[in-house]
Design a binder for this molecule. Structure first.
Ligand code: 6MZ
Length: 375
């Protein structure tokens, strides 16, 4: 399956994947933090005697990690990123990093956290995230519809100017609030209510994530139903482990999108394919955490050949040392997709964003323009 490329051809293809406008739909904020930032934060806390720096350094620099190790690592990351200023800083950096590789629309997801010791509430955590989004300097970040004039047209340079000609890059950023599987029903409901409260500030949906070995679907269901009743789009991490009962329940619930879908049995594959629910594909993440035996055997190929709606995503670009451009490159080098096919894959993801039709229209124009410019 893998296609051999000469070094120059590989370089050219990698550069093309960076130049391609891309839509990122599955990126966890704390999983996308740069290693250099984590090391710097660990060093500071080490100097203050709060943690032992060497212990953190070893886990941060480790390359491959199992799924349980990932969740241990997130607990460590959260020790480093729990104060408001750090949340603001990592948000700013993560958005800048995605924009730098020509991601034109980013749905960043994060778990609003209560942390009494730091005087943090779910709301104040999200305020720190918002502050980070507003403080990005080198990139134009389009956050919410205050950019719309009263007649509905954009009160800023149209997104169709994105495809490489402007000096300053421009990126639409929307937020998904994650429910962590460790949370109670009431905490999950708080997150949904916060999402509703922050609808005018760029929050466009709800995600269910966290360690798949923990928690019961029934715990989050009331909150997810509440979101559904109020028309808040939902995406669910599904089948990261072979939990038959939960996979069935998730497919029956019919969220707007699904993440991962690694461990489905034959019946569940059939059900997924007939549902046409778009899938957020996270190649590197699935290989590194063992959700799939290898890149070559990843279910991307099966779903792609079945013309199932798909979008390529990074999941945790910091944790897994990847980027969205690299995920596109991997699809080309592993499954032999042509540039035209990669372009259609990137363009197709526009239809699955949780943002409104105005944003979709602008994004469609970005891709039309990139095509017209011969990308
Ligand atoms: C499930 C994941 C995940 O929310 O603190 N998270 N949940 N599967 C995955 N695959 C590897 N990767 C990340 O970002 C970190 C949190 O996102 C979820 C976990 O709950 C993790 O603690 P935030 O910004």
């Amino acid at each position: 399956m893998g296609t051999e490329r000469k070094p120059e051809a590989e370089k050219e293809m990698r550069e093309w994947c960076v130049a391609l406008p891309k839509v990122e739909l599955h990126a966890h904020l704390n999983g996308s933090v740069r290693n250099s930032t984590l090391l710097e934060l660990a060093k500071q806390l080490g100097d203050k005697g709060v943690i032992v720096f060497e212990d953190f350094k070893d886990v941060i620099m480790k390359n491959s990690r199992s799924l349980p190790e990932c969740f241990k690592l997130f607990d460590l990351f959260h020790i480093l990123t729990t104060d408001h200023d750090t949340v603001t800083r990592i948000t700013k950096e993560v958005v800048g990093d995605f924009a730098a590789e020509n991601v034109v629309y980013l749905e960043i997801r994060t778990t609003p956290k209560n942390n009494e010791g730091k005087g943090m509430t779910k709301r104040s955590y999200m305020n720190a995230v918002m502050k980070g989004l507003k403080s990005v300097e080198d990139v134009d970040v389009v956050l919410y519809d205050s950019n719309l004039r009263t007649d509905g047209t954009l009160n800023c340079t149209p997104m169709s100017d994105l495809a490489g000609e402007m000096k300053k890059k421009k990126i639409y950023v929307k937020l998904l609030l994650s429910i962590d599987r460790r949370e109670t029903t009431s905490a999950a409901l708080d997150t949904v209510n916060l999402a509703i409260e922050m609808k005018d500030q760029g929050v466009v949906g709800i995600d269910l994530s966290g360690n798949p070995a923990i928690g019961e679907w029934e715990t989050y269901l009331p909150a997810l139903k509440h979101a559904k009743e109020l028309g808040v789009p939902i995406t669910v991490h599904c089948g990261e482990v072979p939990n038959r009962k939960e996979i069935q329940a998730v497919l029956d619930f019919c969220p707007q999108r699904l993440g991962h879908v690694c461990c489905l049995d034959d019946e569940e594959w059939k059900k997924l394919k007939s549902s046409m629910i778009p899938v957020e594909i996270c190649l590197t993440s699935n290989v590194m955490t063992g959700g799939t035996p290898s890149l070559e055997l990843h279910h991307f190929a099966d779903l792609y050949n079945a013309k199932h709606p798909l979008s390529l995503c990074t999941d945790d670009s910091g944790l897994f040392s990847t980027s969205l451009s690299n995920e596109y490159y991997l699809v080309a080098s592993t499954f032999g997709l042509s540039k035209a096919e990669l372009f259609r894959l990137a363009q197709g993801a526009v239809e699955f964003v949780f943002a409104d039709d105005e944003v979709k229209k602008s994004l469609r124009a970005v891709f039309e323009r990139a095509a017209a410019n011969g990308l």
